[in-house]
Design a protein around this ligand. Sequence first.
Ligand SMILES: [Zn+2]
Length: 282
Amino acid sequence: MPHRLSAVSLLSACAMVSSLLWTSGCQEVPVTGRSAISLVDDKDINEKAAAEFEQIKSMQRMSRNPAQVRIVQEIGSRLSRTVFWDVPHADWEFVVFHSPGVLNAFAMPGGKVGVFSGLIDFCENEDQLASVIAHEIAHVAARHTHERYSQQMMLRPLGVATSVGVGTTIGGAGIYVPSVGSTAGGGVTALTQSAFDRKKELEADHIGLMYMAKAGYDPRESLRLLQRMEEHIASQGGPTSNGWFANHPGFPQRQIQLSELMDEAMAVYEKGEVQSSHTIIE
Ligand SMILES: [Zn+2]
């Protein structure tokens, strides 16, 4: 089950950390400037994530489509250069899994990113694919997994029950959309069970939009992709996992936020040195 932390706001949680005199504290999230808890050691969590990523790779079928692998590598390379100062210690790795029909992607702490081939098939151009990868990178830059683990660490000694157990996988860091039909999750079921809460998903949309614009990808394509995904999922009869709606913002909410931020993102995009060639994905 996805966790919720509705009773404790992040800011008050930070204050709680201070009052308990814990040595580590809060960090500022890039782009949004939000104050977030960070009590987890980077090296430790990155090592665990890297080990888990290797395990996922050994279990999933890797794509042998050179065009798909190349475009993901190119987008990953451009975006990771853009975010360098926000995630200076990342060891970026971008992998394509052969999963036709799975419109999804995920990211893990330290810079491990998985893209399912169904998503690449679905995207009309490189900008749309870049919007998803930028969203995933935003989860890493905002250290959302660190925050989730920190919240667990804080609440456990206080006797507050959390729905995220000790053994929760790191691998769930940020799937992009609800899974649809029999292809749900691409076989990586743990991922769908530990998606982030609504606020973090909206924050990743916000940060990702600015990252893609800065990297020279047309931010308007993020909105177009979400609209197309909404139509696609509705045409398939909706998401199969009823748990998804418990912790993800709906498409309209995501689209409204992106629309509100679009002028700012377009200014970043138009000011950039490189702009997208709007490469069509065949
Ligand atoms: Zn996400």
